[in-house]
Structure formats: C-alpha cells, structure tokens
Design a protein around this ligand. Structure first.
Ligand SMILES: Nc1ncnc2c1ncn2[C@@H]1O[C@H](COP(=O)(O)OP(=O)(O)O)[C@@H](O)[C@H]1O
Ligand SMILES: [Mg+2]
Length: 347
C-alpha cells in the first residue's frame, strides 16, 4: 500500500494540480485539478512514465532528479511542458520526494499572466536600453574610423615600396568593413510610413525574393487566411522584417527544405503592454535544424549570430520594425521545426 494513499482523499479536493509518481517514476495518481490542467483523463495516464505522457520533459525530469538526488523539495519556477495535442504550458513545479516508498509528489501551478507579462515588459525595457547603448557605441566607433582610413590613405601615397601597400590596404578595407557594420547598427530610426496594406502582398514579395535567392531545392508554401482584413502598416518595413525571417530559415536549411508562410487572425491579444481586440498572425515555419540551443535566449540581440558570415542584425531589425507597429515576434524551435510568429495589431 502507498504511504501517500492516506493523502489521496485530501488531494482530490485541492485546487493545486498534483501528480504522484511511484518508485519507478510512473504515474500512480493524479487529482482532478491535474486532469483539468492537462485536459487529460487519469485513466489514460496511470502506469506511464511522465516522458511518455508529456513532451518537452527535460526540465521536469531535471527537477525530479534534483529532488531525488538531494532528497528534498525542488522548485522549478519557469517550467515549460508539452501537453499533446494541446501545446505547451508554462508552469511552476514543486517536486517532493516522499521518503518511505520512494514516491515523488509533483505539484503544478500555472504561471499567472501578470508575472509572465511583467517579465515580458522587463525584457522589452532591457532590449530598448541595449539598443540605445549599442547605437551610441556604434556612433562613437564610427567617427574615429574616418580618421583612421584617411591617415592610412595618406600613408599609402608616401610609401616608397609598393609591396607595403598591402598593409595600408588591410587597414582601409577593415575600416570600411567596420563602417558598414556600424551603419547597419545606426540605420533603423526613421518614422514608419503607414498606409493600408494587404499582408499577403507583403508575403508574396518576400516569397519571390527568397525563391530567387535560393532557386534550387527550396519550396515556400502558402497557408493564407484570405479573409484577413487590411492592416495599417509600413509596407517596406514589414517586407524587410519578414524577409529577414524567411531568409534566416532558408539559410539555416542551406537552401534545401520547406518553408510555410501562414497567416491567421487572433482575438484579444496583449502586445507591447497594450490590449488589442484583433491581431494578424504571420508565421514562418521551416523544417531545418532549428535555432542552436545556446542562442535561444539571445537571438534578438544585436550582433548575435550562429552563422559564419552573419552580422546578427537581421532579427534585431525585424524586431525593431515589428515593434514600431506595436507588434511582437516570438519563436519556438526544435530540430526539424522552427516557427517564428509575428503578431501585428489590427486597429
Ligand atoms: N529559422 C532559423 N533556424 C535556425 N536558426 C535560426 C533561424 N533564424 C535565426 N536563426 C539563428 O539566429 C541567428 C541570428 O539571426 P539574425 O539576427 O538574422 O543574424 P544573422 O542571420 O546575420 O546571423 C542566426 O545566425 C541563426 O543562428
Ligand atoms: Mg539573418
């Protein structure tokens, strides 16, 4: 008999979602609150290990192992867990070993929206502060580069041995390369030019540009909701933003693979701290290798790149442009499926 059996009647009435694992870490019990939270019935789950029931269980398994190794409660504050077929849940999870029978008690709380929003707002402020710092820095670096280049040119004219020009040329070329990088960091500051536009025209343009760049072995499928209303936006900015996403997908797949451009409508969304009744969703989905794990929390930062010749500005620019539309960009990535989601409010 399970020691925790004595607790089971209490668990039945708890508002907290509770799962009890047996000594082999298989699900022995889950209370009605857990059935509710995961929208799964306990009958189908009993006897299965959590890894068979849920997906993306790495964090959960790590929390369980932590609790068992230290023989103490372990709290994971920001756990994401895949619940097939419903998608991912963000949860706080406490794992507590129950000593006698080596059972493990898992409690789950959904992370409430205010907390998640507060975190997003903090991210937004931080990102804006970083951008400002970077722009100022780019400005400071760009100015003396003109002097360095000019001096190298003067020196070049004075050199008697032509062989030495090789060195001044390196200085000049590298200064030019830095200037062009700094200019990329400094550009996107103009006010957007809003007009009413059809998001599918934007996507069609992007599609033909990328297909021209990657003519072989690449397909870009359309999955459009043709009933979408027109949107107020800056067409050039939106083309550039989505082009950067689709180009990244094509580059990640080295020009071989399948991209889907999907549009949908979404209701009652909060974007950039503001609530909107309607928003357009644009998704760029590829079947490439996925965003490298070590870059997951920083790919929107400037100068962060996973490619040899990358500048790491494509996503920064895309995010700048989308936020000038009061929209947001998020992504979800695993090997074989990467999805970038752009949300744009409809006014
Ligand atoms: N669809 C994708 N699949 C895999 N990795 C991606 C994808 N999109 C972006 N990335 C990663 O994010 C990095 C940053 O992208 P970006 O800001 O456009 O800079 P860059 O393309 O110059 O590297 C890329 O170098 C790549 O490692
Ligand atoms: Mg890029």
């Amino acid at each position: 008999m399970l020691v925790a059996d004595t607790f089971l009647p209490t668990f039945e009435h708890l508002a907290t979602a509770v799962i009890l694992l047996d000594g082999q870490l298989r699900i022995a019990y889950l209370n009605p609150a857990a059935e509710n939270l995961f929208a799964l019935s306990s009958k189908s789950l009993i006897g299965h290990p959590v890894q068979h029931v849920f997906t993306h269980t790495e964090q959960l398994v790590a929390a369980m192992q932590h609790a068992l190794t230290n023989n103490a409660s372990y709290i994971e504050h920001d756990l994401s867990l895949g619940i097939p077929p419903h998608g991912k849940l963000h949860l706080r999870c406490t794992a507590t070993p129950l000593q006698l029978n080596k059972q493990l008690l898992l409690e789950f709380h959904t992370i409430d929206r205010p907390l998640k929003l507060a975190r997003e707002e903090q991210m937004l402020d931080q990102t804006q502060a970083n951008r400002l710092l970077l722009r100022n820095l780019a400005h400071e670096i760009k100015n003396p580069l003109g002097g360095i280049r000019g001096a190298a040119q003067l020196l070049e004219h004075e050199l008697e041995k032509p062989g030495l020009r090789e060195y001044t040329q390196v200085v000049i070329q590298e200064a030019d390369r830095l200037v062009s990088l700094m200019e990329k960091l400094l550009t996107p500051q103009h006010q957007p030019n809003f007009s009413s536009l059809n998001i599918h025209e934007v996507l069609e343009r992007v599609r033909s540009v990328v297909l021209a760049e990657f003519p072989k072995n690449m397909s870009i499928q359309r999955d459009y909701d043709t009933s979408l209303p027109v949107l107020m936006g800056d067409k050039e900015q939106l083309i550039q933003a989505i082009l950067n996403l689709v180009r990244n997908a094509a580059q990640a797949m080295q020009g071989q693979g399948n991209i889907v451009l999907r549009t949908r409508i979404s209701r009652q969304v909060t974007l950039m701290k503001k609530r909107h009744r309607l928003a357009v969703i644009v998704q760029v989905i590829d079947n490439g290798p996925g965003v490298p794990a070590h870059l997951h929390d920083k790919i929107f930062y400037p100068l962060v790149s996973g490619r040899d010749n990358g500048h790491g500005l494509g996503l920064t620019l895309a995010q700048d442009f989308v936020s000038q539309h009061e929209g947001s960009i998020e992504f979800d990535s695993e090997p074989g499926r990467t999805c970038f989601t752009v949300m744009l409010p409809l006014k």
